[in-house]
Ligand binder design. Structure first.
Ligand SMILES: Cc1cc2nc3c(=O)[nH]c(=O)nc-3n(C[C@H](O)[C@H](O)[C@H](O)COP(=O)(O)OP(=O)(O)OC[C@H]3O[C@@H](n4cnc5c(N)ncnc54)[C@H](O)[C@@H]3O)c2cc1C
Length: 500
């Protein structure tokens, strides 16, 4: 049964729409997803796993174990062909979790279903109009839905972005790739990645295991194929013949490729929405930014957009915070997306195999062999170094809160468990009972605890121990006791005080 009105409608139930739906549902917001696909199946492989910060945000909601149980821990974070070992990083998840996007989406969709979010499947958003009170969303079946807010999580070709009139400037494509899953009649001499004058190509069984840190491909089953095409201007849906031709150009043979279950094309174009919000319409994920897949950052960046936006939108819908809180979504996430575009453009340029680019790649590799640049890049590629500009202050301000092992009156507690319900937390590590936040007690959880361990941030190293920290629902620090008044920070982030 379809309702005609929701507080928030999300266009698109890919990984980003699902994450946002979960965040809004946890906050008690009436949210629904409109999804064009009839089910959660996806065409092709797409993302191959989760980086450390994305695993942390899932851990903050108590669902990381669901993904870890199905994935494989591996050290594959890297930049421009250089792989980093992040096992010494100060995080509970110092690895990449190898897990195909179809599994990530299946697990996310099950979580969203547990949270009772209605998903209107097999239905596309075809248009929208907005006024001061809300957004009317036209659907493919000619009906419409109304909402206070609409979030476009509808991918790189976002209808929502276009209908809202949001520009999508960026870099035009210079290369095109075909990605496919298919059967091969003949086995190649070896699986893996190779590079030549056309670009980068890879062949590997879809099913694999990690043994002693190495990928060991299954003996049977479908093969994941990635080939750079000679024609960078190819834009149509690729056919089996296109795949065969690209394989012959790249490998000298098509290995008898047949029975494809998916064939798709992607380019190295990089574009970012000029604004992530236009009045009551917001964009997240690929709808807001698309870029080459180098470094595997698209899904991560999108899911983290959703976690940044979710609690803010929930507070605005519930009347706790003014609409201006939504401006911080663009202010914080647009620079993060811009940096991802920049590093993927650089990495995709370094994929080329001419003499000059080879020299540049070798030079970058030499730099990345040094401790400081390597740590800096590894923290960037994992998303562990994200820093929202919340002004001057303690090194923690605007950075991710580490998952500390706390001692409380009720026993030991992992900090991330305090964030499971997506509410803000004020952590008092000073004298128990020294902090009073009665006017915000209905919104902010106050925890007295002890912590005697180190305060170490990825790439930054040791930072001074604060005696109180205000943590936003997305796990970023909004205030420490070295800042001006706590009341101002509470009001800025979690709305004005209420009388008891
Ligand atoms: C070859 C390749 C490899 C990649 N590898 C990685 C990787 O290793 N790591 C990584 O992090 N990222 C990777 N990515 C990127 C990643 O796949 C995307 O960033 C991610 O899927 C974005 O999620 P999303 O939810 O924003 O968009 P999408 O996954 O595109 O989901 C959008 C959803 O909206 C629906 N939709 C579209 N239009 C409408 C409409 N009008 N109405 C209703 N529903 C609609 C679609 O059906 C879809 O379900 C890769 C991408 C490619 C192409």
């Amino acid at each position: 049964m379809r309702k005609s009105e929701h507080a928030v409608i999300i266009a698109g139930g890919g990984p980003v729409g699902l994450m946002l739906a979960g965040e809004l549902a946890l906050a008690g917001v009436d949210v629904a997803i409109v999804e064009r696909r009839p089910n959660q199946d996806i065409n092709g492989s797409r993302a191959g796993g989760l980086h450390a910060r994305t695993i942390e945000i899932l851990d903050q909601r108590g669902i990381a174990d669901r993904f870890i149980a199905e994935g494989q821990k591996v050290q594959t974070t890297g930049f421009a062909g250089v792989t980093f070992d992040i096992s010494a990083f100060p995080t509970r998840h110092p690895y990449t979790l190898g897990l195909w996007q179809k599994h990530i989406e299946r697990i996310m969709a099950a979580w969203v279903e547990e949270l009772s979010v209605p998903t209107y499947r097999g239905l596309a958003v075809t248009d929208l109009t907005q006024d001061v009170s809300g957004v009317t969303v036209t659907l493919g079946d000619g009906q419409s839905l109304h909402a206070q807010y609409l979030v476009g999580c509808d991918g790189g070709r976002s209808l929502v972005r276009k209908a809202a009139g949001i520009d999508f400037p960026g870099a035009e494509p210079t290369t095109s790739n075909i990605i496919a899953t298919a059967e091969l009649a003949e086995l190649p001499p070896e699986w893996g990645i190779r590079r030549d004058a056309i670009g980068i190509h890879s062949l590997g069984r879809v099913d694999y295991e990690i043994r002693d840190g190495k990928i060991v491909y299954a003996d049977t089953g479908p093969v994941g194929i990635l080939v750079t095409e000679q024609n960078p201007d190819a834009t149509t849906e690729p056919t089996l013949d296109d795949l065969r031709a690209a394989m012959v150009a790249a490998f000298g043979t098509d290995y008898g490729v047949h029975s494809p279950s998916s064939i798709a094309r992607f380019t190295d174009a990089a574009r970012q929405a000029a604004t992530y919000r236009k009045d009551r319409v917001m964009l997240a994920g690929d709808a807001a930014h698309t870029h080459p897949p180098d470094g595997g950052q698209g899904l991560q960046t999108g899911m983290q957009d959703a976690v940044n936006l979710g609690w803010k939108l929930a507070q605005v819908v519930k009347g706790i915070s003014p609409q201006s809180l939504l401006d911080t979504y663009h202010a914080e996430r647009h620079p993060v997306g811009a940096r991802v575009l920049r590093n993927t453009l650089a990495a995709s340029t370094l994929r080329r195999d001419d003499e000059r680019t080879r020299a540049l790649r070798d030079t970058v590799a030499e730099l990345l062999a040094m401790d400081e640049p390597r740590t800096h890049f590894a923290a960037m590629m994992t998303g562990l170094d994200i820093h929202y500009d919340l002004g001057e202050g303690h090194a923690l301000l605007g950075r991710r809160m580490p998952d500390l092992d706390l001692q409380t009156a009720n026993g030991p507690l992992r900090l991330f468990t305090l964030l499971h319900d997506a509410n803000p937390v004020l952590l008092n590590l000073g004298r128990p009972g020294a902090i009073d936040i009665a006017p915000w007690a209905n919104r902010v959880k106050l925890i007295d605890a002890e912590y005697a361990g180190p305060w170490t941030l990825p790439a930054l190293g040791s930072v001074p121990a604060p005696s109180a920290v205000l943590i936003r629902p997305d796990g970023y620090v909004a205030w420490t006791d070295t800042q001006p008044t706590l009341a101002d920070a509470l009001t800025t982030w979690f709305g004005p005080p209420t009388s008891a």
